[in-house]
Every structure is written in structure tokens, then in C-alpha cells.
Design a binder for this molecule. Structure first.
Ligand SMILES: Nc1nc2c(ncn2[C@@H]2O[C@H](COP(=O)(O)OP(=O)(O)OP(=O)(O)O)[C@@H](O)[C@H]2O)c(=O)[nH]1
Ligand SMILES: [Mg+2]
Length: 298
């Protein structure tokens, strides 16, 4: 039996469930998830090694029209993953009909210089009303007529095995690219920063969470029974700092409790002492130099 392996770029509009799907397939939380669009900012690798194949998923930021340097970085990240992949997994939200963003992605796929297999994942099938099944699935399939496709629900884990089988069938033959026990290339430090940002996305509203960036200043494992983590939450405005701290520090406390719990899960139950600090880095998302300074550079 021949072994197959390769990179699978998971692309699509924001909020369609790319990160949720990758985590569900891996059975492990690699990428943060939130009900708000534009959650993923950097490419994240998720590696699934099976008996006959190794699938290296590249979760990407949702594709959107860029308005400022951070958006441009995010769109470039998705484009790079797309161009470098062996297989493209285009995820859509099948509970709504295709919109302008989907048509834009379809055009991008059809203009790719190198022909590569595209798999259409029609996600959020649990939200699809029976009367809409045919109309929506036909409309999406028409955008990539030659692609294999599957209806999935990442949250209910419906059809994920079938989707994996399709992806394996499209991968080229080849040896494993990573050791079989590797699940990601992200460091614990990077993942801890993301989990603090996830908690901020969960608790904050409107524009505030989108202007949050998290930096880990201290990650000290000297005491194996209690890991000390200091994280700085950067916000764009003084008013946002007041909101993140909240009355009597209540908001920051809630963010801290949730983030600490998820970091402890990540560290398989090791206790964590998490200290959060809030700093204003004025309008950093529109400042190319600061965007790069935060590590958003190719
Ligand atoms: N009902 C339902 N909700 C889903 C499904 N998959 C994901 N979601 C929800 O959709 C929201 C967005 O999920 P994410 O995984 O963060 O979406 P994403 O495509 O990675 O978003 P960006 O990183 O912003 O591009 C979350 O609230 C998920 O719980 C699904 O199959 N069914
Ligand atoms: Mg995501």
C-alpha cells in the first residue's frame, strides 16, 4: 500500500468554521475559535498521521477585503498557503447561499497558475434547513464544478471521516513530512498567547477585541507544579484599555480566568499562574511597522 502526504490549505471566508474543523479533525485544540469573524491571524499547522497518509492542514485567516496592514498580512498568509498547498480545502458556510466573497474566492481558484485538487467542504450543515439543501449545495458546487465535495458539521463532527477520505484520495504519493507524533509546529508560548486572545474575543464586544494583540513576556516552567505566565494585552485606544480592565477590574479577571483554564488544558492539567497586563499601542493595526513588530510578517 502506498503512502500519501502533503499540505492541505484550509481557506474560505471568515467565520465559516475553518479552525473548528481542523481542531475537530485533529481531536485537539490547535487553533483558537470564536463566534466573531477574523479570529485566525496567522497560519497554523495541524498534522494528522494515519496508517496510509499524513495530512498537514494549514489553517488560514478568513479571506476578506483588506483595509489596513494587518488585513493585508492576513490575506497574504491565506494566499501563500493556497499557492504552496498540494490540495485546497475550500470551506464554505452552506447554511447561507454563496455571496460575493465566495464568488471572489472561486475566481481566485480558477485563476491559479498551477492546477491542483480542490475539495469543497460545505460546513455548518447542521444549520441547513431541509428546504434549502438542494439550492445551496447546487449553487456552491457550480462555483467549482470539478471539485469533490462533502457536507460537514465541524461542531457535530458529521462526515469528518468521509472528508478525510476524500482529502487522502487527492494527496500525492510520498513519505511523511513530519514525525508521526507531531500535531503542530506552534510553540506553547504562541498557543498561550492565542488562548488569551481567544478569551478576550469571547468577552469583549464590537471593535475592541479585533484591536487586541497578546504578547507573552514571561513563560517560566522552573517550577513544574506551577507555570508562571505574564501576558500583555495590547489595545488600540485608552478607552479600550478601560473596557478591557472593566469596572473594579472585573473584565480583566473574567478574561484571565477563562484564559488560565484553557492554558491549563493545553498543559494537560499543570497549574498556571497567569498575570495579565493591559497596554495601549495606539492604532497598531494600521501601522505597518508595529504590525511587523508583533510578528505578523511573512
Ligand atoms: N452550527 C455550527 N457552527 C459552527 C460549525 N463550525 C464552526 N462553527 C461556529 O462558527 C464560529 C466560527 O468558527 P471558527 O472556527 O472560528 O471559524 P473560522 O473560519 O476559523 O473563522 P476565522 O478564523 O475568523 O476566519 C464559531 O462560533 C464556531 O463554533 C458548524 O459546523 N456548525
Ligand atoms: Mg479561524
Amino acid at each position: 500500500m502506498s503512502f500519501r502526504s502533503g499540505f492541505i490549505a484550509v481557506i474560505g471566508r471568515p467565520n465559516v468554521g475553518k479552525s473548528t474543523l481542523m481542531n475537530a479533525i485533529l481531536g485537539q485544540k490547535i487553533a483558537i475559535v470564536s463566534p466573531k469573524a477574523q479570529t485566525t491571524r496567522k497560519a497554523q499547522l495541524g498534522i494528522l498521521t494515519l496508517e496510509n497518509a499524513q495530512l498537514v492542514f494549514v489553517d488560514t485567516p478568513g479571506m476578506n477585503r483588506p483595509r489596513q496592514p494587518l488585513d493585508t498580512y492576513m490575506l497574504n498568509t491565506a494566499h501563500n498557503a493556497l499557492y504552496e498547498a498540494d490540495v485546497v480545502l475550500w470551506l464554505v458556510d452552506v447554511s447561507t447561499p454563496p455571496g460575493g466573497g465566495d464568488k471572489h474566492i472561486a475566481a481566485l481558484l480558477s485563476e491559479m497558475p498551477e492546477r491542483k485538487p480542490i475539495v469543497l467542504g460545505m460546513n455548518k450543515s447542521d444549520l441547513l434547513r431541509p428546504a434549502q439543501v438542494l439550492a445551496h449545495t447546487d449553487a456552491y458546487r457550480a462555483l467549482v464544478p470539478s471539485a469533490q465535495w462533502m457536507l460537514t458539521s465541524a461542531t457535530r463532527r458529521d462526515n469528518l471521516d468521509k472528508l478525510i477520505q476524500i482529502l487522502v484520495s487527492e494527496l500525492p504519493e510520498g513519505d511523511a513530512l513530519y514525525p508521526e507524533d507531531h500535531v503542530t509546529e506552534s510553540t506553547l508560548r504562541e498557543m498561550a498567547a492565542e488562548l488569551v486572545r481567544e478569551a478576550a474575543l469571547y468577552h469583549l464586544q464590537q471593535e475592541v477585541p479585533h484591536g487586541v494583540n497578546v504578547e507573552i513576556e514571561e513563560f517560566n516552567e522552573e517550577n513544574p507544579a506551577l507555570v508562571q505566565i505574564d501576558a500583555v494585552i495590547h489595545v488600540e485606544k485608552d478607552a479600550h484599555k478601560a473596557i478591557v480592565i472593566g469596572r473594579g477590574g472585573q473584565m480583566l479577571k473574567q478574561i484571565g480566568i477563562q484564559a488560565r483554564k484553557s492554558i491549563e488544558d493545553l498543559l494537560e492539567g499543570t497549574q498556571v499562574n497567569l498575570r495579565l497586563f493591559v497596554r495601549v499601542t495606539p492604532d497598531w493595526r494600521s501601522d505597518e511597522r508595529r504590525v511587523r513588530g508583533f510578528g505578523y510578517e511573512e
